[in-house]
Design a protein around this ligand. Structure first.
Ligand code: SIN
Length: 360
């Protein structure tokens, strides 16, 4: 699944790695430009499949490019497959803009809430209400060490120390003292990389740790996943969502080629929802040596990976945060309330992916 560094070793020049490097964000080497003015290097996107255009031209004239199949079914949405990748399904524009806004809000407000774990747990422990704290311009401050039994640090008599952090009001409430560390909640929000729902994934052991405290995946998300999984469940069995990983991408972030191979039954799909900025997704084969197929993922698209496609390397080498390519304009209208400005600010330069799995 997800390597710690999120990209594969630079020295392994596999076909997958070559494609990652082709699409990754690089800047022109102009030493005079300041960081803000740096210009992204142009990249040739002519080979990237654009399922939005595929859908538009299919709707207009019934035609589709070679290698792309339109699934014949009575499913409510058009679904496309790739001839050479059985088990892969692409549902363009599966979510309305209202649904996208709803899931963006959930991804930022609810999904990182304890007991769900995030990448911040390892450093700070559980952080409740991170989004609200960022919205209210709070600062997260280390207020001292506690022994694991709760005794303050200086009196802990050599017992294990845990640092204790709390949100304070900007600079006003920050306790004075040379040793206290602090970080703005808005920075922590920007540094959010993943959160896990339902059964918690242990990244160090690369396994689900069923002993970790967890809540069930919210029923509305289960219902959406069950509904969207139907094209990949032709025999009509049930899809039972048990775990989800939410990935948060900012400018320059990528997700290196990997397999999602920790679930027991690979015939069950992974339902993968894209929100926010447009991205490039690479779908490779069973070996990193197989040249991957690049495709755009837009907000509202849903991808299913089941059966043989579960054995295929895949990753996200690029998200587009520039105005011309990010395609986040619809959010401006739908997230224009005062309350939503922080969400708007976040999503105009970010992408969120929610992928939902049946584990057992
Ligand atoms: C994943 O491969 O696990 C996530 C893919 C995505 O971000 O669309």
């Amino acid at each position: 699944m997800y390597g710690a560094g999120r990209v594969s070793d630079d020295s392994e020049r596999t076909a997958f790695r070559t494609a990652e490097k082709k699409y990754k964000l690089y800047y022109n080497n102009d030493t005079k430009s300041s960081k803000r003015e740096k210009q992204p290097k142009q990249v040739d996107l002519s080979e990237v499949i654009d399922f939005k255009s595929v859908l538009d031209s299919f709707n207009q004239n019934g035609l589709k490019p070679p290698g792309i199949i339109k699934l014949q079914s009575d499913f409510n949405y058009p679904v496309f497959c790739l001839e050479n990748r059985p088990g892969f399904y692409f549902i363009p524009e599966a979510l309305s803009i209202e649904e996208q806004c709803h899931w963006i809000k959930e991804s930022l407000r609810s999904f990182p809430q304890p007991p769900n774990r995030t990448n911040h747990n390892a450093i700070y422990g559980p952080i409740p209400d991170l989004f609200t704290a960022a919205q209210n311009k709070k600062v997260f401050v280390e207020v001292g060490n506690l022994a694991s039994d709760g005794a303050p640090g200086p009196y802990s008599g050599g017992r294990n120390l845990e640092s204790k952090w709390q949100f304070c009001d900007g600079t006003v409430g920050i306790p004075r003292g040379d040793s206290s560390k602090s970080i703005a909640a808005s920075v922590l929000l920007r540094k959010l990389r993943w959160s896990t729902l339902g059964l918690q994934f242990d990244w160090s052991k690369r396994n689900y740790d069923v002993s970790l405290p967890h809540n069930k995946i919210p029923e509305a998300l289960c219902e959406l996943a069950r509904r969207m999984a139907v094209p990949a469940m032709p025999t009509g069995e049930d899809f039972c969502p048990e775990a989800a990983i939410v990935n948060y991408f900012g400018l320059g972030d990528m997700l290196g080629g990997h397999l999602d191979d920790m679930e027991a039954d690979w015939s069950k799909p992974i339902v993968s929802i894209s929100l926010g900025c447009k991205a490039i997704f690479l779908l490779g084969g069973k070996s990193r040596e197989d040249p991957p197929t690049p495709m755009f993922l837009r907000s509202g698209d849903i991808v299913l990976m089941a059966g043989e496609a579960r054995e295929c390397f895949h990753g996200v080498p690029r998200i587009f945060t520039d105005t011309a390519n990010a395609e986040v304009a619809p959010f401006v209208m739908h997230l224009s309330n005062q309350d939503d400005l922080c969400l708007m600010e976040y999503i105009r330069s970010s992408r969120i992916n929610i992928n939902i799995r049946q584990v057992f």
